[in-house]
Design a protein around this ligand. Structure first.
Ligand code: UDP
Length: 356
């Protein structure tokens, strides 16, 4: 039987507007997922904070104050809502308009949407975009798992495992629009590092390893934590010249494609790491710490190297072995595993299981 055409309501992250970079990888995931589902004939309406941009699909933008980001809080931090919270306003919209949708899909890593789940007539599915970070979120997520089997999705097994109950999650991965990333077979000498500049991303290790190997580094990403960046600039005098800013996809893929490899040096359990598949799509191998999402993406010896976590000398050794990797195999892996259609098919199957 063909899959029925559905109308989904996607609830974006409330930590900042789509397109700002403040939401990290979830911004790209939301864009790609909604595009993939539309290409399969579904309707997707996105609700997001004011000033959000999202290609040409329908978007409802909502004013209000942004949520603090969960990864900057401690484990014991309670759930917070600022006055005039955009998160609360977004879910008021969802409550008022729920009858027009088959399914509401939450992408916010916040307590409120999990708590509100039983109060909605239209089913609410939750795509959880980070690993376990706080007690209050763990409890809210477990409560949904107990009450509604099959309502939780995650990027990777490693991410789901941080919540202690891996089987409560559908593992859905991520994807990119491959047509936006050009394969480049003739890189220069530089390495790349991409992501939010924030302590959990461990940029200092990439700077240390490239200083030791005397390799130029190109740093791309949202400057999320200026104090952290200042400390890095003091410790590594080459850092300011390496930083190219927060680039849109077209410019990002051009810079990354010309690099010999991407370094991923997260201190936390990276839920996925969209930057890994963006690099692969350009034919760029990925050298990453062997923890979290990258460990489930990289094929060691073929499309990258996995290194003992937090071991800069391991990064140095991997940098010296980049030439053993095949840039064509990197592009091929992106095409085989991370196309928009593959992602949309996985999500569609999850959504249909909920709706039946
Ligand atoms: N990114 C970008 N421009 C840049 C650097 C990064 O748009 O100059 C985006 C990148 O495309 C990716 C996101 O930032 O989608 C980082 O997401 P990732 O999943 O790697 O990590 P997260 O921020 O979710 O922890």
């Amino acid at each position: 039987m063909p899959t029925p055409r559905r109308h989904y309501l996607f609830m974006s992250t409330p930590v900042g507007p789509l397109g700002s970079g403040l939401g990290g990888g979830v911004e790209l995931t939301l864009l790609n997922l909604s595009q993939g589902l539309r290409q399969r004939g579904h309707q997707v309406t996105v609700v997001a904070p004011e000033q959000s941009t999202l290609g040409d699909g329908p978007i409802v933008t909502i004013p209000g104050r942004w949520q603090p980001t969960a990864h900057t809080q401690g484990r014991a931090t309670p759930a917070t809502l600022p006055a005039d919270a955009v998160l609360a306003h977004m879910w008021t919209y969802a409550r008022q308009h729920q009858a027009a949708f088959d399914l509401i899909v939450n992408l916010a890593y916040d307590w409120l949407p999990f708590y509100l789940t039983p109060f909605f007539h239209t089913p609410v599915a939750h795509f959880v975009t980070m690993g376990s970070l706080s007690e209050v979120m763990d409890a809210a997520i477990h409560q949904v798992a107990d009450q509604y089997p099959n309502r939780l999705g995650a990027y990777t097994q490693a991410q789901a495992a941080t919540f202690g109950d891996q089987h409560a999650f559908q593992i859905l991965g991520s994807a990119i629009d491959l047509s936006l990333y050009d394969f480049c077979d003739t890189p220069g000498t530089a390495l790349a590092w991409m992501g939010r500049i924030s302590p959990e991303k461990g940029l200092e290790d990439a700077l240390a390893a490239t200083a030791q190997t005397q390799t130029p580094l190109k740093i791309l990403g949202k400057l999320e934590d200026p104090d952290y960046w200042q400390r890095l600039c003091q410790q590594f005098p080459q850092a300011p010249d390496s930083y190219l800013g927060f680039l849109p996809t077209a410019a990002l893929q051009q810079v990354v494609g010309q690099c010999r490899a991407l370094l991923m040096t997260p201190r936390w359990v990276e839920a996925f790491g969209n930057v890994a598949i963006e690099a692969l799509a350009c034919g760029v191998p990925v050298i990453a710490y062997n923890r979290g999402g990258p460990a489930e993406i990289i094929r060691p010896g073929e499309t990258g190297w996995l290194v003992e976590p937090d071991d800069v000398s391991g990064l140095v050794q991997a940098i010296q072995r980049i030439d053993q990797l095949d840039r064509r195999a990197c592009r091929r892996q992106a095409e085989q595993q991370y196309s928009l259609d593959a992602l949309a098919i996985r999500f569609e199957a999850w959504f249909e299981a909920i709706l039946h």
